[in-house]
Design a protein around this ligand. Structure first.
Ligand SMILES: [Zn+2]
Ligand SMILES: [Zn+2]
Length: 364
């Protein structure tokens, strides 16, 4: 198993970002990211103009962030080479999909796209020119996952007149944890079907007049690349020298995100290299994002194991509830009946690593 570290949800000059896709990818390569996903608003221009490829060791993958004509229901789509619906100018240099969200979610699913709900419970109110864009279409059932942690939303949500200067100088320090409401919703959804979680940066590198007299780049890409990452588990080693295999590796990364073979890490608090969470059952190992059946619930046992690269508060969560916690570099637990198991690692008050679920069921 190989772990690859990526930054998801990035805007380039093809929408409201401030650098071109190749410039962003070169920075990502410098910082050591294995992949980045560019998701410009309502366009696949970065794909159509040929930016999707290796930049050193970094893979640049192109998706898109779709919104409706009210600029609500932002939806990240990956793995497609065309978009559905018609886009209409909605003012302020912005466009919206004329289809309602329930329709575009379904149509993208039919097209074979992998879709993630972006910043579902966003509550930011500080900048009138950057209002909140929450998800309002939970009746739709065709999405693959949700963004439970979005750097940009979290940073803006806590912004006040008195802390904004400090937050601008230290953009990484004010990012504390995934959105509580989004995590709760994610756990609830998983009781019905598999829904994976991703963490993202939502990088724009806005020019922002913050203090009334000068403009600042809020969050250069390079700074954000040290923040929230989604690390994927692949069976195969990515070989950047093998340019022809780009398409195959791209597919593997997107599928890992879809299946939840991934964990979210705030890299600012430490590299997650060496982090593992898996279940052992009858001599087999089941990693994050895998599902399996237990044959004889009365007789068979499952052991859950977690290893962390440095001491943290490790919480084992079953169906959304914490059932064990320990301050350690590892956790080894007997399982507690069928259900969805994931781990959270905290460093004091700061969330560090959030895994996706291992789903354990009993045979009917
Ligand atoms: Zn958005
Ligand atoms: Zn965005």
């Amino acid at each position: 198993m190989f772990v690859y570290s990526g930054a998801i949800h990035i805007h380039s000059t093809y929408s409201d970002g401030s650098l071109k896709p190749d410039e962003i990818a070169n920075i990502a390569n410098e910082v050591g990211l294995d992949y980045i996903i560019i998701t410009d608003h309502n366009t696949l221009n970065a794909l159509q103009f040929g930016y999707e490829k290796f930049y050193g060791k970094t893979m640049l993958i192109v998706g898109s962030e779709i919104n409706d004509i009210n600029n609500k229901n932002h939806y990240l789509v990956l793995g497609v080479d065309k978009l559905v619906g018609t886009f209409r100018d909605i003012g302020n240099n912005e466009y919206g999909n004329e289809l309602p969200a329930s329709k575009y979610v379904k149509e993208f699913h039919k097209l074979g796209a992998i879709g993630f709900i972006a910043h579902p419970f966003e509550k930011r109110t500080y900048f009138p020119q950057h209002p909140q864009f929450p998800w309002t279409c939970w009746e739709s059932d065709y999405f693959d996952g949700i963004e439970i942690w979005n750097h940009m939303s979290e940073w803006m949500e806590g912004l006040t007149d008195s802390n904004k200067f400090n937050r601008l100088i230290h953009p990484l320090k004010s990012v504390i944890s995934p959105d509580i409401e989004a995590v709760k919703k994610w756990d609830e959804l998983n009781l019905k079907r598999k829904v994976s979680a991703i963490g993202s940066i939502d990088a724009h590198c806005h020019k922002q007049n913050v203090l009334g007299f000068f403009t600042l780049d809020i969050f250069p890409y390079k700074v954000l690349f040290k923040s929230i990452r989604t690390n994927v588990l692949l069976d195969e080693k990515i070989n950047p020298a093998d340019k022809k295999s780009f398409g195959k590796f791209k597919k593997e990364i997107i599928n890992a995100l879809k299946d939840g073979r991934s964990f979210i890490v705030n890299n600012y608090y430490g590299d997650a290299k060496g982090f593992r969470f898996f279940a052992e059952y009858k001599g087999e190992y089941y990693n994050i994002g895998e599902d399996f059946h237990i044959e004889n619930e009365k007789k068979d046992n499952v052991i859950l194991k977690c290893f962390v690269p440095k001491q943290a508060r490790i919480k084992l969560i079953k169906n959304g509830k914490c059932i064990y916690e320990t301050d350690s570099i590892s956790g080894i637990w007997n399982y507690d009946g069928p259900g969805n198991y994931r781990v959270e690692c905290w460093l004091g008050e700061k969330a560090w690593i959030f895994s996706n679920n291992i789903r354990i069921t009993t045979k009917k």
